[in-house]
Design a protein around this ligand. Structure first.
Ligand code: G3H
Ligand code: ZN
Length: 282
């Protein structure tokens, strides 16, 4: 199946009040696991590469080639997205390589500068047919420090979307990135007010810190794209640790990365069920 446009996955899901799982890839095994999990769920899915992951690999092109190939070979619709890019050059590279969407994250800038920088990226991406997500009201924890305090103002969010022309908006409603416990406290009333004020799909970042029931409630209140990274790494590392702990003589990397990949696939299938993401078979 050819790579699917991110808008073609997210827009109908927003209209139907379904969630869409957007899972971060670091190694090839993450991409394979996410697609296997989505195929088992019969759900479309978004594979995303963050600027941090690109920094880890030292370049975008090699890991992007692998992720795009995995997406094209999938039996369900898969979109490939650039996550948390702060560099306009990296956005341009992703567009050139064939990503269907990017997140340009200027949320650390003052409001007017965020608007100006985001609008410029939107203009260039839309000219290339690429869908753009931006962030307003900085979601904490990008530096690894749990910081759930930021909140996005609905009026400012509506102005931001109208002025920049973004296709989706990441908002701060109580989550924080990189949480290893699933006990974040979400402001559901704010999610509903943002949904009413903002005409484009809303994106929940830092979703690994949110318990299953609250993820489903967040979708019911108006969240659509749900970004999950840390939870997959927790599951992957747990499986690897288990295998290595049971056999100190093991040296073949396939013997522990394989079980990590299998465990992540099952977790993706489970999470897509929580988000009510399946449409492919319906
Ligand atoms: O953009 C990626 C997500 O917001 C990841 O959040 O650390 O809670 O998995 P997480
Ligand atoms: Zn994020």
């Amino acid at each position: 199946m050819p790579q699917t446009g991110t808008g073609a996955i997210v827009t109908p899901a927003a209209s139907a009040a379904r969630g869409v799982g957007a899972f971060n890839v670091i190694q090839l095994e993450h991409a394979q696991a996410v697609v296997a999990g989505a195929e088992a769920a019969g759900a479309p899915v978004i594979l995303q590469l963050s600027e941090n992951a690109v920094r880890y690999h030292g370049a975008l092109a090699p890991i992007a080639a692998a992720v795009l190939a995995v997406a094209r070979a999938a039996a369900v619709p898969v979109a490939v997205h650039l996550d948390h890019a702060t560099s306009a050059e990296l956005v341009a590279d992703a567009v050139e390589l064939g990503f269907s969407s990017v997140m340009f994250d200027a949320s650390a800038l003052p409001y007017r500068e965020n608007v100006r920088a985001t609008a410029a990226v939107v203009e260039r991406c839309h000219a290339a047919g690429v869908w753009v997500e931006a962030e307003l009201g900085e979601v904490g924890g990008k530096d690894g420090v749990h910081a759930p305090g930021a909140r996005t103002d609905p009026g400012e969010a509506a102005d931001f979307v109208a002025t920049t022309g973004v296709d989706a908006l990441a908002v701060a409603v109580g989550t924080s990135h990189a949480m290893a416990t699933r006990d974040a406290v979400l402001d559901f009333e704010l999610i509903a007010r943002l949904r009413a004020a903002v005409p484009v799909p809303l994106v929940l970042h830092g979703s690994s810190g949110v318990a299953d029931g609250h993820l489903a409630r967040a979708v019911a209140h108006g969240m659509t794209k749900v970004n999950i990274s840390t939870q997959l790494n927790r599951v992957f590392t747990g499986a690897v640790r288990h295998v290595l702990g049971a056999d100190p003589g093991l040296v073949d990397t396939r013997r522990y990365l394989g079980p990590g990949r299998t465990a992540v696939a099952a977790e993706v299938t489970r999470l897509l069920g929580v988000l009510g993401a399946a449409t492919v078979r319906s």
